[in-house]
Design a protein around this ligand. Structure first.
Ligand code: GTP
Ligand code: MG
Length: 466
């Protein structure tokens, strides 16, 4: 979508999720807010200057003798989310009522808001910078506690402050270079070594943020963990045990799971999507074949893999994974996916020393041996899952969005070119050009140069009513 938002009209939208609920909230914002809203009330609101921060109990006239009591919360510009005059109407969460209300507001002169339009106005009115506006969306979509915490940091301006510091550092570098440039005689020598060191320190810091972003990018939505392996090795049993209830059918028949099953799993504040798949083997019939195909496809969408292998086959292969699982593990490590090899049904091995041997072999593969049916070794699997979303303390206090990530990447490239031109002994002018380039990229995180780009890249991704 690429709509150019108008800003001089009054907009309205449902701010809570569509559907039925005890309450719903409809937002109205813009210069004509009070006229529009008063137009549908049985009793008008008091004069504007007295409205800020107040709420009123009022009856809404919604047409066809449908009248409904609601709480009307008033905000007076600039003290509102958007910075404009604004009203929030809290009413019963019935979609028929909401539809009538939105229609009536439109009859009275408002227009339905586009996704993200409220936040867009907040940005234009200086209520939020771009990094914070993006965090609004992130906070709504955060899939786990860590991401939520980092996103709330961004919302409070943590990201913006850090970026401003980076900009200031580039500024002082530029100042030093320009001084040398303007008064070449007065200054002893260009402090190339110092400038170079400072640029490389800054590059490292940006790089750390970029890497952090890449690693945790996917956490925003919730990680997909796929359980895969040959038929009948106990994948569904492990799946059920981790979920804590009997979701998947378990039988002694190989080929029991045909289609894949996906269930949310909350683990220490982390939301995962756990997926059980059909056992991988040359399929015997159509449905199973389709299941196997889907299982293969899921591997490419996975954020992490649990590869299950039965202890019997494991032992038969001299303590090595089946060639097929080895291939999968290789693919996973090539794609830099975390993968946990699991040797199942350890309880079928009676001899304690043999069990210890198998445990050791599993560990050497970077995995573990379990007996899911007996609840043995499950904590190991759980800590693998918990590790996935664990954020190492790297001093990084916020996550970049995709747009911000590519701007940081651009800045890093520019800084690297700057370093290179110093090393190559080029004139400081060349370095300055690259520093300006890096600065422009970083500055765009806070305020973009192009309004249409801002709408397309940021606000159109919002949900309605934000
Ligand atoms: N002894 C023992 N048996 C197990 C264990 N885990 C699973 N089983 C048995 O192994 C058989 C297959 O289990 P499932 O969980 O259905 O295996 P699966 O890998 O999902 O099988 P498919 O869906 O056919 O690919 C069942 O009879 C389970 O009871 C275990 O830890 N110990
Ligand atoms: Mg199964």
């Amino acid at each position: 979508m690429s709509k150019f938002y108008e800003t001089d009209d009054t907009i309205c939208a449902l701010a809570t999720p569509a559907g039925s609920g005890a309450l719903a909230l409809v937002r109205v914002s813009g210069t004509r807010t009070y006229d529009v809203v008063s137009g549908i009330l049985a009793k008008k609101l008091p004069a504007r200057p007295r409205l800020g921060g107040k709420h009123f109990y009022r009856t809404l006239h919604l047409g066809d003798d449908v009248n409904c009591d609601a709480v009307v919360i008033c905000y007076v510009s600039p003290n509102s989310y958007t910075g404009e005059d604004a009203v929030e109407i809290s009413l019963p969460g019935n979609m028929l009522l909401i539809e009538r209300l939105l229609n009536r507001l439109q009859d009275a002169g408002a227009r339905l808001a586009e996704p993200g339009e409220f936040t867009f106005r907040a940005y234009l009115n200086g209520k939020l910078d771009l990094a914070q506006a993006e965090a609004v969306n992130g906070a709504i979509r955060a899939g786990n506690d860590t991401v939520l915490r980092l996103t709330l940091n961004e919302l409070s301006g943590e990201a913006s402050r850090r970026i401003e510091k980076w900009l200031a550092r580039i500024n002082s570098l530029l100042a030093r270079i320009e001084v040398v440039h303007d008064y070449p005689g007065d200054v002893e020598e260009t402090p190339t070594e110092e400038v170079k060191q400072e640029i490389s320190a800054l590059t490292d810091e940006l790089q750390a943020h970029l890497e952090f972003y890449r690693r945790h990018h996917k956490m925003r939505g919730g990680l997909k963990v796929v359980i895969s392996g040959p038929p009948n090795v106990g994948k569904s049993t492990l799946f059920n045990k981790l979920l804590g209830y009997e979701r998947a059918i378990v039988t002694e028949e190989p080929g029991t799971t045909r289609d894949y099953l996906e269930e949310p799993l909350l683990l220490g504040g982390i939301r995962l999507a756990l997926v059980d798949t059909a056992g991988l083997r040359p399929a015997r019939e159509l449905v199973e074949m389709m299941g196997v195909e889907r299982a293969e496809k899921l591997l490419s969408e996975a954020d992490a893999l649990i590869l299950v292998e039965e202890v019997f086959h494991f032992a038969a292969h001299g303590g090595d994974l089946l060639p097929r699982l080895k291939e999968m593990r290789k693919r996973a490590t090539d794609a830099e996916l975390p993968v946990l090899p699991v040797i199942s049904k350890l309880d079928t091995v009676a001899d304690p020393s043999e069990r210890a041997e198998i445990r050791g072999a599993a560990e050497r593969l970077g995995g573990l041996a379990i007996a899911a049916k007996q609840d043995e070794g499950l904590d190991g699997v759980r800590s693998f899952l918990a590790e996935l979303a664990h954020v190492q303390d790297t001093g990084v206090r916020f996550l970049l969005t995709e747009r911000q990530g590519s701007l940081v990447e651009h800045a890093i490239e520019a800084l690297k070119t700057a370093t290179k031109s110093i090393s190559d002994g080029l004139a400081m002018d060349a370095t300055a050009v690259d520093l300006y380039d890096a600065q422009r990229a970083l500055a765009q995180i806070l305020a973009a140069e192009n309004r249409q780009m801002v709408i397309d890249k940021i606000f159109s991704k919002f949900c309605l009513g934000k």
